[in-house]
Design a protein. Structure first.
Lengths: 633, 633
């Protein structure tokens, strides 16, 4: 026990008391890695998802990435303004679920809840698969092991997260700043080269051969799909407003500073990547085929060459993408807890583990993420169409909720307008993404959201029903309770039997001892009954228990007892039936293998087949603990 | 429930009452397949195991198979005479375990038990692997799937056996007679051809190319190994004497007739195969290499050609070999039951399932067989060195026991001599096999036998200890029992709480309600306590329960309750402590997912950490079953 506890402490950290919670709170320096990883790392797969759709246009397609990226950054700015206001209005953490359900009602709240849950699972899946994608770009021989690598990363993440948010922040800080730093250097050097070469610099390292263009120009439909895929770059920006409470005092100011830095960095990365791709004429490669190389990998090689800097950059991209899944680990359990608090999810999500974490949220997230990775083989490009729908649905509902919030407050027309603009912009985007990506996979997300809303409503219905059934608004009725009927299953005359029978005698005068006779075996109890039990009790002037012998032709031992108890219950009208279950308790778990555990099964069967009047009393008899004998009187 | 019961009945047959047992008994016609499959099918792998060792001698090696086979058949005749006498002396079934432990004492009895258990597991494993080996000889493209085929056969066998011994006999009868019939025809035709061609007939179909001889003549050591491997052909002959009780009246006569037929057939098959192999110059092929073909397959092709008769023969060999494992399925559960009756194995082996079978014996056999097949890749040749040790150890002990049996009876010098001869012959063979095969795998068997004896002694020790602890040879002491202290864990004021508290009031006047306050959550019970509980009970002149609020900084809910109960137990000297565990019982299993099952965990923890004075009372509250309210008085 002691050693296993030590191992658990080493892996997951020592248990934390509730009063230690404050110590987990963080400032912007630690907040950017924790809440910004998802948003910032989106820069690694968002532009790539857009460029992949432009492959058929060949070199011509690269032209379109700049206007699409500008549109995305404008949308990002609108969403940023909106979320700043959410942080101000909800200092205790205003996730889309909270904001939507408080301001728009249950229906939109549940829609936001379902959308967000799916979004977090996809955040984890896409983060991991894109990180492994970066690794494969640098080491192509690993491509056949994509899925195994994804699952290994998920396992490491789980272990790290089971230690809690504070330690996690420390682990993630270095890769995040390395990622942002190296990419900013690539963009700066690339910009200088571009200006020095009149807009068309020469790549330092050779680029892959470009496939011939098969389409001459991009139609509106294609551009909508490109925009929809590119919008995955915006996922994760809501993380800060959900987690306001994790920041240290001054909480709101720290949260807003963190959000501003994250959004500014993301905008620079998106525009920088788009401009450099156009300048260096970088066309995406087919993510399913051999010779796949990610856009960031090509870009870094083109600007900086295939040296040590390339490997540092790709290393940090791998780490940050994989760790971006951490946003989901930080927020999914918080979200499920909030939903469970409103009775829409099972209450296990309310239990905080030894490290102040909502452990069950983590378990469910890990299970769902692993399932998605396995189903889609760990390929980012197949997961992208499912993504973004959830995020943008939640954005829209959250901001629509904020509009209602300001409307109720009154006197805040500017704030109402800002959130209204945000809601409109993200609402339109949601529809665009849904339509453009429907056949490619958005239908799966839609189906899942519907299913989850149904489940959440069913859970709520169940809890409401239980509460109606057990709620009691009257005082206890101090009625005299009739003596119970006590049923004692006995095998043969042992100390275990004696203990149970003695307790029965202290409870009631109506005692029925039942003995199951299997097949034609001789029963030893009939022989001992008169001598060991009836006679001494008679002499002492005590009431005499009845002995019932139950025959069992099919060799079942427990069913005859259950049937007898139910029969007794039927015949008595108002008495409680107490079934005494004598049980041998051994010291070591493996000793249980030597006993048939009938007592356990009997307890379970009585519970399942019983009713309000049947009460199970467990009389344990410990093999290695001696009884203190009461003094004779 | 009803549909699942129907499916179970369809797969495994309807449940049988104990009184239907007699209907399972059989005569020689059904007895030969059931008890003879193992012995007869040994003819398919015994000669092959011997011939495989002679491969290095090339054509020269074939000469040695006839004298070795004659030696084995002489040994077989001695063992046969011995076992006839066992059947006479033990009409209720005289397995080696019974005979050895009754006549030689506990030590030899346990040695026999361990040896037999291992032997049965190997019977099942070798039967299945050799059967699949025959299939591979006929369809070489299946060789890569050897292990999967073995496990599939094991699964089918398990299903068939779960139906019970009677149905099993019917299923196995046709393949057994087909196998014996076709092989006898091959031997007859081959004998005629040999005589017609002056001792050296020409094979009808072409034989595989023979590898060149690498050794010029066989030394004594090689011949001992050949004999040891060939002895695997004798495994299984004890099956009839173990299962005498399964025969119908006249039981002993039927059993003896069955044994005689089985032994006679086996002797003919062994000698016939040996003579034909010499006549047709058939050299074994390497069982691990490509192009493996079993000896029986080559022999049948040589005599009868590669036509339909060949496929019928190989089909019946496959079936019979696979089904020979059935001896183990019939006898292993009987053996473990006999051992468990003497308290040397866990008592689960005594439980008879719905079809009068000792189901746990079957489960354990299947598990061990599957493990062996997986470890040794389903290749017969790798399993052979482990085999035979167990069988011959059991033969020896059984016959030595019979010598003691006759010695005690007196006046049976001839019978004593017969069994003494048997014991001596098989004892020498055991030593030969152990020495010759030690490095190749017999050490594994020796190690397993030792380990099993240790385990069986430990199990016996535990049961003896429990019986000493619980046995009671005095009558009940009708002492007045002091009122118990009742502890009721409560959460908030609900109908569930009310039911528990009402029951507590009927049991004792010393009631302690405990409420665990997690973190800084406000507790609702303090608010309701005076109004809903104290006041009404006070007005009715009843005793007032105490309310204890337990703080829990680490958010554990159950540990504070356990600690409190143990503290109360420590402070009171002789009173029993009754812990009332209120529990919500839902209708559907999935509803349990919505409740945290704390009651179950509390019950288990109380049992593990409790002692003789702590009693757990489960007060179930059913969500969907209405209480009958007692009439007011």
């Amino acid at each position: 026990m002691a050693i296993s506890t030590k191992i658990v402490n080493l892996l997951f950290g020592r248990p934390l008391a509730t009063s230690e919670e404050r110590a987990e709170h963080i400032g912007p320096i630690a907040g950017i890695p924790i809440f910004g990883l998802d948003a910032l790392s989106s820069a690694a797969y968002g532009p790539e998802a857009a460029l992949t759709l432009l492959i058929p246009l060949g070199m011509l397609g690269v032209q379109y990435i700049v206007p699409v990226s500008v549109a995305i950054v404008i949308l990002l700015a609108i969403v940023y303004m909106s979320y700043r206001q959410t942080i101000e209005a909800y200092p205790r953490g205003g996730g889309s679920y909270t904001v939507a359900s408080q301001n728009l009602g249950t229906g939109p709240g549940l829609l936001a809840a379902a959308a967000l849950m799916i979004d977090y699972v996809l955040t984890a899946s896409v983060g991991i698969s894109a990180g492994v994608g970066a690794l494969i770009s640098a080491v192509p021989s690993l491509q056949p092991h994509t899925l195994e690598l994804c699952l290994a990363v998920l396992l490491i993440l789980t272990l790290v997260n089971m230690r809690g948010v504070h330690d996690t922040g420390v682990v993630f800080m270095i890769p995040t700043y390395l990622f942002t730093g190296t990419l900013l250097i690539v963009i700066a050097v690339g910009a200088v080269q571009t200006l020095a070469n009149g807009g068309h610099p020469h790549p330092v390292a050779p680029m892959p051969a470009m496939p011939p263009a098969t389409v001459a120009f991009a139609g509106w439909w294609l551009l909508l799909k490109v925009f929809s895929s590119g919008c995955t770059a915006m996922t994760g920006v809501e993380a800060v407003s959900n987690g306001v409470m994790a920041f240290r005092d001054p909480t709101q100011k720290n949260a807003k500073t963190t959000l501003t830095i994250i959004i500014a960095l993301l905008a620079i990365l998106l525009l920088g990547i788009a401009l450099l791709c156009r300048a260096y004429r970088i066309v995406a490669t087919n993510p399913d085929g051999p010779g796949y190389e990610s856009v960031l990998s090509m870009l870094t090689r083109a600007v900086m060459g295939h040296g040590w800097f390339y490997y540092v950059t790709i290393g940090s991209v791998l780490l940050v993408l994989a760790l971006s899944a951490n946003t989901a680990f930080a927020d999914f359990p918080r979200l499920t807890r909030a939903i469970a608090q409103d009775d829409y999810l099972p209450h296990v999500f309310l239990l905080r583990g030894r490290r102040l974490l909502y452990s069950w949220g983590i378990y469910v997230l890990v299970f769902l993420t692993a399932s998605l990775l396995i189903i889609f083989g760990g390929v980012t490009d197949r997961l992208i169409p499912l993504y973004a729908i959830g995020a943008f649905t939640a954005f829209t509902l959250s901001q629509a909720g904020m509009v209602m919030h300001w409307m109720r407050q009154g006197n805040a027309p500017v704030r109402m307008f800002v959130n209204g603009l945000g809601a409109t912009a993200t609402g339109i985007t949601t529809l665009v993404v849904l339509v453009a990506k429907f056949v490619d996979g958005a239908w799966i997300t839609l189906l899942l959201i519907t299913a989850m809303i149904v489940v959440m409503r069913a859970v709520k219905w169940h809890y409401a029903r239980v509460n109606r059934a057990i709620d009691l608004d009257r005082p206890i009725i101090p009625a005299d309770v009739k003596e119970p009927i006590v049923v004692v299953p006995i095998d043969r005359w042992t100390r275990i039997t004696e203990k149970a029978l003695s307790f029965a005698l202290s409870m009631s005068t109506d005692i029925r001892c039942v003995h199951v006779q299997v097949g034609d075996e001789p029963d030893s109890i009939s022989r001992d009954w008169d001598k060991e039990i009836v006679q001494p009790l008679c002499d002492a002037g005590r009431c005499i228990p009845k002995l019932e012998i139950l025959k069992s032709p099919y060799r079942y031992v427990l069913m005859p007892v259950i049937d007898y108890v139910l029969e007794v219950e039927k015949q008595s009208r108002f008495q409680k039936i107490c079934v005494l279950v004598p049980e041998l308790v051994v010291t070591h778990w493996w000793e249980n293998l030597l006993h048939n555990r009938r007592a356990d099964l009997l307890k379970v069967l009585l519970l399942v087949r019983g009713n309000q009047r049947i009460i199970v009393i467990n009389i344990p008899w410990y093999l290695d603990k001696r009884t203190v004998t009461p003094p004779a009187h």
